[in-house]
Design a protein around this ligand. Structure first.
Ligand code: CO
Ligand code: CO
Length: 321
């Protein structure tokens, strides 16, 4: 939406919307930069409290994806006044707050408007050392690609809407979505100048969409081993009948930059382009330290998967293998 605007250049702006990064970065001085992002969306689950938790985890994720530490949040909300239980609204805010507290982030305030459709999320502010920003750019040929959450939340959330998701599958997706990317982000940030070269979080554009953005910004090609991409248990079985609208958009937009093996499975394709809510972090890590980083992730309770490697720029941004 911003692409048509001509925004004046400002030397203090280190990262802005032009590089499709997760958050903007603005230098306050030599040691500190401000990191800012905003994200809100319509309910993804039936339970109001859980929706608030997921909205907070999702909004914070963009700050973690920059290698930054979130400090403060402002709630952004829209609720219909008629036919809407005030207790439900309170539960959304309570869920969000509990997740902010878990993350050590202070809620400063917010703004609520009336709307026919419920929407909720946060604007989040964090800080990072200007030299330690983890952006989409920076991945190098030879790097190992690590993903910190399984994919499939879009398919499962769609199945939930039509009451086609088994309870245990829904529970798995909820658990994935409300898990903070904090620990993964801290592990990557700790090695921002020591082998972790680039990072993004996997959200609306799906694994391949966000992978394309990382590849384009880094001027490389990602080689992804499809069999190594973790799927939420139960998502594959739901993928043929429960595709969110965003999947086709993602495929149309990013598909021309992705090459597939012959006879590629249509349900796997749907999951690789599946729009995620509060998905995992995708990082490009130097091979010499990738083993240590994965061990650190495991020690902190993050289940990370090595899903491929970075190659020299080729005809496409992503080669599926
Ligand atoms: Co993001
Ligand atoms: Co975002």
């Amino acid at each position: 939406m911003l692409s048509g605007l001509s925004v004046p250049t400002d030397a203090r702006v280190l990262v802005d919307y032009r590089t499709s990064d997760d958050a903007g970065v603005y230098a306050l001085g030599a040691e500190t930069a401000l990191v800012q992002t905003v994200d809100f969306f319509t309910p993804i689950v039936d339970d109001a409290y859980t929706y608030g938790q997921i909205a907070a985890a999702n909004a914070l994720s963009d700050v973690y994806a920059m290698g930054a530490t979130p400090l403060t949040a402002l709630a952004v909300a829209a609720f219909p006044v008629k036919d809407f239980d005030p207790a439900e609204i309170a539960a959304v805010f309570r869920g969000g707050l509990d997740t902010l507290v878990e993350a050590g982030v202070a809620l400063l305030g917010g703004h609520t408007v009336q709307d026919t459709e419920v929407k909720f999320g946060y604007a989040v502010t964090g800080i990072v050392h200007p030299a330690r920003v983890l952006a989409n750019a920076g991945a190098r040929p030879g790097d190992v690609l690590v993903l910190t959450k399984p994919v499939g939340t879009g398919v499962i959330a769609t199945a939930v809407k039509f009451e086609r998701s088994p309870a245990e599958v829904t529970a798995r997706a909820v658990s994935v979505m409300r898990t903070l990317n904090r620990r993964a982000g801290e592990v990557f940030a700790a090695r921002a100048l020591a082998g972790v070269h680039a990072c993004t979080d996997v959200t609306g554009f799906g694994l391949l969409g966000h992978g394309c953005e990382l590849a384009a910004a880094s001027r490389v090609t990602l080689e992804i081993e499809v069999a190594a991409v973790p799927l939420i248990d139960g998502a594959y079985a739901l993928a043929s009948r429960n595709r969110p609208g965003g999947t086709a958009n993602n495929l149309r937009h990013f598909g021309p930059n992705v090459s597939e093996p012959p006879g590629f499975d249509d349900n796997l394709r749907a999951l690789l382009y599946d729009p995620q809510t509060s998905g995992g972090l995708l990082a490009a890590i130097a091979p010499e330290v990738a083993g240590d980083v994965c061990a650190d992730l495991e020690e902190r309770g993050v289940t990370a998967a090595t899903i491929g490697r970075v190659a020299e720029a080729g005809e496409v941004l992503i080669r599926l293998k």
